[in-house]
Design a protein around this ligand. Structure first.
Ligand code: ADE
Ligand code: ZN
Length: 338
C-alpha cells in the first residue's frame, strides 16, 4: 500500500510555497541574505516548528517570507518543491503565495508573480508538471487591503489561476470580502477560500453564499451542519483537506481522530493535500500514508480522493483527461499490490 501511494500519479491543490521551506533552507537563506534570525542553530529553528493553533503557525510561516530577498530566492524555493513533486509523482499542482506580504516589504507585485510564473514554466519544460499560482488575500489585514491587493494583481491576471483567502480565520468571515471577490469573478479568475479550518460551519456557508467559491480549502468543520453536508454532497463542491496540517495545528488530537473518513463516507468531494509540508513534516505522499495507517480509509478511498483532486482542479479538460488516464493506467498496472 505504501509503495502504491508513493508512486501513484497525484494532483495537489493546496500548498503554500513558503510552507515548503525546510528549516535548513530557511536557515541558509537567512544567512545568505544577512537576515538576523532569532534562533541560534538550525536544530533550534526546527524545534520551533511546533504550534498550538493557526495564529501561532502564521508567525512561523511569516519568518519564511522574511528571509526571501529576491525573485531568485522565491523561484528557488518553488523549484525545490517541484523537485519533490517529481519524487512523489505530483503531476499537477496549484499553489498559494501571498502578494501583499512582499508588497509590504517594499517589493512590486511582479516579485511574486514573476518568480512563480518562471518556476511553473521551468517545471512544465523540465518535468511536465502543470498547474498555476493562486495568491490569497490575507484575511486578518481586512477588506480594504484585499481591495488594494486586487488592484495590484489585475494587470497580471493572465498569470493568476485563482485568488483565495488565507491566514487567521476566526473573526474574518468571507462576507467581509464580498465586494472584492465579485470583482475577481468579473475578471474571470477562479475564486477559492480557506473556510471551516478553525472557524465554524457558518464560515463555509459564507464562502458559498457571499463570495461564490468554486473550491474550499479545508472545510473540515462542515460536519457540524447537516444541511451544509447535504449541500456539499449535492453540489460536489471540492474540499481540499490537509490531514497533517489539522493535526499539527491541533484541530484533531491525532490522526486517528481525523474526520476525513466520515467526510468521504458522506459522499463529499474531498481530496488530500499538504498545506505547509515542511512545517508539518509531511508532503503529499506522507499525508496519504498517515491517513491510511491511522484511519479506516483504504486503498479505494485513496484512489477515490486522487480522482476527486483531478476533478476539483482548474486544469483544462484535456489535461484532466490526461491526468485521469495516467491514474487509471497506474491503477491497472498495480492492482495486485496492496
Ligand atoms: N497560510 C498558510 N497555511 C495556512 C493555513 N493552514 N490556513 C490559513 N492560512 C494559511
Ligand atoms: Zn492553507
Amino acid at each position: 500500500m505504501k509503495k502504491f501511494i508513493e508512486k501513484m500519479p497525484k494532483v495537489e491543490l493546496h500548498m503554500h510555497v513558503e510552507g515548503s521551506m525546510e528549516a535548513e533552507t530557511l536557515w541558509e537563506l537567512a544567512h545568505h541574505n544577512n537576515y538576523a534570525i532569532e534562533y541560534s542553530s538550525v536544530e533550534e529553528l526546527k524545534a520551533a516548528y511546533k504550534f498550538n493553533n493557526l495564529t501561532e503557525f502564521i508567525d512561523m510561516y511569516m519568518l519564511g517570507t522574511r528571509v526571501i530577498k529576491s525573485e531568485q530566492d522565491l523561484y528557488d524555493v518553488c523549484m525545490t518543491y517541484f523537485k519533490k513533486c517529481v519524487e512523489q509523482n505530483i503531476q499537477h499542482t496549484e499553489i498559494h503565495s501571498d502578494i501583499r506580504t512582499y508588497v509590504d516589504y517594499g517589493y512590486p507585485p511582479e516579485f511574486v508573480i514573476n518568480a512563480l510564473h518562471g518556476a511553473f514554466e521551468d517545471a512544465k519544460n523540465n518535468y511536465g508538471i502543470t498547474g498555476g499560482f493562486m495568491p490569497c488575500f490575507i484575511r486578518h489585514l481586512g477588506p480594504e487591503v484585499a481591495k488594494a491587493d486586487l488592484d495590484l494583481m489585475l494587470p497580471f491576471k493572465d498569470k493568476i489561476l485563482a485568488i483565495g483567502l488565507s491566514a487567521v480565520e476566526v473573526g474574518y468571515p468571507p462576507s467581509l470580502f464580498k465586494e472584492t471577490f465579485a470583482k475577481v469573478h468579473d475578471a474571470g479568475i477562479h475564486v477559492i477560500a480557506h473556510a471551516g479550518e478553525e472557524a465554524p460551519a457558518e464560515y463555509i456557508w459564507s464562502a458559498i453564499k457571499d463570495i461564490n467559491v468554486e473550491r474550499i480549502d479545508h472545510g473540515i468543520r462542515c460536519l457540524e451542519d447537516d444541511r451544509l453536508v447535504e449541500y456539499l454532497r449535492e453540489t460536489q463542491l471540492p474540499l481540499t483537506v490537509c490531514p497533517q496540517s489539522n493535526v499539527a495545528l491541533k484541530i484533531f488530537k491525532d490522526m486517528s481522530q481525523h474526520t476525513l473518513p466520515l467526510m468521504l463516507e458522506k459522499g463529499l468531494n474531498v481530496s488530500i493535500h499538504s498545506d505547509d509540508p515542511a512545517h508539518f513534516n509531511a508532503y503529499l505522499t506522507e499525508n496519504m500514508i498517515s491517513i491510511v495507517e491511522n484511519t479506516s480509509i483504504t486503498k479505494d478511498g485513496i484512489i477515490q480522493m486522487a480522482k476527486n483532486a483531478i476533478k476539483g482542479s482548474f486544469a483544462s479538460d484535456d489535461r484532466k483527461k490526461e491526468l485521469a488516464q495516467n491514474l487509471s493506467s497506474y491503477i491497472l498496472k498495480h492492482t495486485k499490490e496492496s
